[in-house]
Design a protein around this ligand. Structure first.
Ligand SMILES: [Zn+2]
Length: 209
């Protein structure tokens, strides 16, 4: 079963993670995980620019070191870089020390392009982080989960079906996850322009977290 919208119960059980933002304004928080990736991230940037949309990119550190120019354009265009570990590690399957070091390694890459922040943003790959891991990082990072998962990475889901679901479930304050990855690109090319056009058309703006 595909769960497009995070159940309220889960948000209630884990209130220390950010799932959505309370917003009085008509604002949506777009996030892009797993980049930067040539062509894919560049496509995302072009689409966002059309709507003056700002977004948060949860980057994998090794992709940042591989693609400095793309990373630089993300920041120059007013978007925000978040941390998604250096090697896209799975929290539940990784020793806490290794996990925390891997996050720090990614952060070093981020800070080559973006000024140091009082609080950094972190999204655990696969949305999985152990309680101990969370305790270790919580003073330095805000953990951002999501309210709306677009399933752009799921090539067995017809894109039109996915689009209808995410348009219906997204509301003011939603944190929405897309992926700027090679795997998600076919669906992303369908979903993102339509998502932006729809919500911009009914008066929404798109901001960084
Ligand atoms: Zn990821």
């Amino acid at each position: 079963m595909r769960i497009f919208k995070t159940p309220a119960l889960l948000r209630y059980l884990f209130p220390e993670y950010v799932w959505r933002k309370t917003s009085k304004e008509k604002c949506i928080y777009l996030t892009f995980d797993d980049g930067p990736v040539p062509e894919v991230t560049e496509f995302v940037l072009q689409q966002l620019a059309i709507y003056q949309a700002k977004a948060t990119f949860f980057c994998v550190g090794e992709n940042i070191s591989r693609y400095p120019d793309i990373t630089r354009s993300i920041v120059e265009q007013g978007h925000f870089l978040g941390n998604h570990t250096y090697n896209h590690l799975r929290g539940w399957a990784t020793e806490t020390d290794t996990y925390v070091q891997n996050i720090a390694l990614c952060q070093q890459q981020i800070e080559k392009y973006q000024p140091k922040q009082a609080t950094n943003l972190f999204r655990p790959p696969y949305g999985r982080i152990g309680r101990k891991q969370f305790r270790e990082i919580k003073s330095a990072y805000r953990v951002i989960m999501w309210e709306i998962l677009t399933y752009d990475f799921d090539n067995t889901l017809p894109a039109e079906v996915g689009l209808q679901r995410i348009l219906k479930q997204t509301t003011a304050g939603s944190v929405v996850v897309f992926h700027d990855s090679v795997k998600a690109f076919p669906n992303l090319q369908y979903l993102l322009p339509r998502f932006l056009r729809y919500f911009a058309g009914i008066g929404y703006s798109f901001n960084t977290l």
